[in-house]
Design a binder for this molecule. Structure first.
Ligand SMILES: C[S@@+](CC[C@H](N)C(=O)[O-])C[C@H]1O[C@@H](n2cnc3c(N)ncnc32)[C@H](O)[C@@H]1O
Length: 135
């Protein structure tokens, strides 16, 4: 956990140079969008990106959805805001956050699911997700 904090705070300045948001992340986001369009049983407008990091996925997903990003690292959030000045970003921990809105889609990358895949963390993370997932 200490290493993760180090990576997303002291070393966060490296993120912008690791992959161009508009090109390298675009294909992946198109895939996500296509899956949502294929499987959603109703129109999808709003999307919450949990662990949004520097907002590179937000940059691509916002073409299709009204995206809100949530992240634990203020440094990463600052990058996300710079890249997406018109989007909404929230500082929070995916295991404890509460928001006053719900979303048609909640997007959580597998990395987080693996990191918090045991015990209390996993339970509280999905309990938080449930509070914002429009059912
Ligand atoms: C691999 S990066 C995400 C990259 C991002 N999807 C993008 O498009 O650039 C992982 C992010 O998860 C965040 N994170 C890690 N643990 C978290 C937690 N408990 N709650 C919220 N965000 C967390 C980190 O701060 C980091 O920004």
């Amino acid at each position: 956990m200490k290493e993760t904090r180090h990576l997303y705070t002291d070393l966060a300045w490296l993120w912008p140079v690791w992959g161009d948001a508009a090109t390298e992340y675009a294909h992946y986001c198109e895939h996500i969008t296509a899956m949502v369009r294929q499987y959603a049983k109703r129109p999808v407008n709003s999307l919450l990106d949990i662990g949004c990091g520097g907002g590179k996925n937000v940059l691509n997903l916002k073409r299709h959805f009204n995206v809100t990003g949530l992240d634990l690292s203020p440094t990463m959030l600052a990058q996300a805001r710079e890249l997406n000045p018109e989007s909404t970003f929230v500082h929070g921990d995916m295991r404890t956050f509460r928001l006053n809105s719900t979303f048609d889609i909640v997007y959580l990358i597998r990395e987080h699911e693996e990191k918090y895949s045991s015990g209390e963390d996993e339970y509280t993370m999905f309990a938080c997700v449930k509070t914002v997932a429009d059912s």
